[in-house]
Design a protein around this ligand. Sequence first.
Ligand code: NAD
Length: 445
Amino acid sequence: MEQPATQPKAQDITPAKGKLGIMMPGMGSVATTMIAGVEAVRRGMAKPVGSMAEMGTIRLGKRTEDHSPLIKDFVPLAKLDYLVFTGWDIFGGNLFDAAKTASVLDRDQLEEMRPFLESIEPMPAAFDQRYVKRLEAKTQKKGKNKCDLANQIRNDIAEFKSKTDRQVMIWTGSTEIFLTEKPVHQTLAAFEKGLVADDENIAPSMLYAWACLKEGVPFINGAPNLTCDIPAIRELSKQMGAPIAGKDFKTGQTFIKTVLAPALKVRHLGLNGWYSTNILGNRDGEVLDDPDNFKTKEESKLGVLEYILQPDKHPDLYSDIFHKVRINYYPPRGDNKEGWDNIDIFGWMGYPMQLKVDFLCRDSILAAPLALDLCLFMDLAARTPSLKHLGIQEWLSFYFKAPDSAPGLPPEHDLFIQSMKLKNTLRHIMGEDLITHLGLEYYSE
Ligand SMILES: NC(=O)c1ccc[n+]([C@@H]2O[C@H](COP(=O)([O-])OP(=O)(O)OC[C@H]3O[C@@H](n4cnc5c(N)ncnc54)[C@H](O)[C@@H]3O)[C@@H](O)[C@H]2O)c1
């Protein structure tokens, strides 16, 4: 098949030479589980289960050609041996302590990696308790205003740059209180004035995003925070050629929801109600126990059904849905979340039916490979001329509960469309034919 003149070529992508530095604001359960997991894989103690970048394959050419290399052999991704980690938190100590507190991984497993984990110490964070009410800082940066704090983060990044060849930042910090777009978020100039004026609409996560992009480093948002989903930060991202992607890792209940909802939709089965509830007992659960912080998560989780089911186009099936999402902090379960879904559907002639899902999952075990993939793919985006100046990397929406998309463009939530979009983007940047799944050629030849 002939390719358009603008077709990118594999050789345009800068090779992944040297060390990739991963910077993580918030070194709690997800961050420690990801870092310990990478080290375990490097030592041959574990396989990178759940990582598409490490374990996934990609079909090239016709189905009859049977050519499906590993993604990591097809696109030039950083190798796990070349990853270096740093980050920020408010608890002091080192990552061995943080991983013990998180209680996700077995003590014996952590002991085996103890010297490695002890060698990483989070730097003092830019933190403000007004945005994460349930946490109290043991250590944090002090500065005369938000601009000063953001510049201190820039200095930390600059220091890390001297030890690594390329960098990405991924927010694995707490969910902040619910914020909406305000005038200070509308332009980069207004935002930078707001930093000096200590504007209350600028949350700590935005300080990291701003500092990161100013340093030309890609930024990923693993939480549902507003952070980089504002015009000022998008403008900076494009200006600096430093990609952004968000928001909120799609790990447990929403992952399953974005599989089941498209299935109901394609079968044209109706929906009356979808009640989702969770119990979890980790620190994330504690933070989300505050109504202002929960509101941020709730918004991120609720958007999904509306976009997938398109009630405006299918009023007979989806115009009257009762959709509820609850998260209950229940300490005995720790990181082992249980998510229940009760789904009231109806079929032919309106006869009602029910679906029940009980997902006994592990929050950070699901999130860690997503965080890893995002770092590897964002580093790739930053080395790819046809991607790096686009700002939002919508092709990574596969990983997010509330994917950022261009203003006015509805996000794509269906997990399988998202996965096709991701793989087709990889084919596109490597100059390969896209796969449309049309398949008529198998019958006409
Ligand atoms: N399955 C999942 O685990 C999952 C899924 C989707 C989203 N998330 C989001 O990922 C984030 C991390 O989850 P987690 O389970 O690791 O939570 P966690 O509470 O274990 O870790 C978050 C860490 O961020 C730190 N922090 C808070 N504000 C900070 C700041 N301003 N600067 C630096 N550090 C700061 C906290 O002290 C804490 O150690 C949360 O926002 C969570 O909602 C997690």
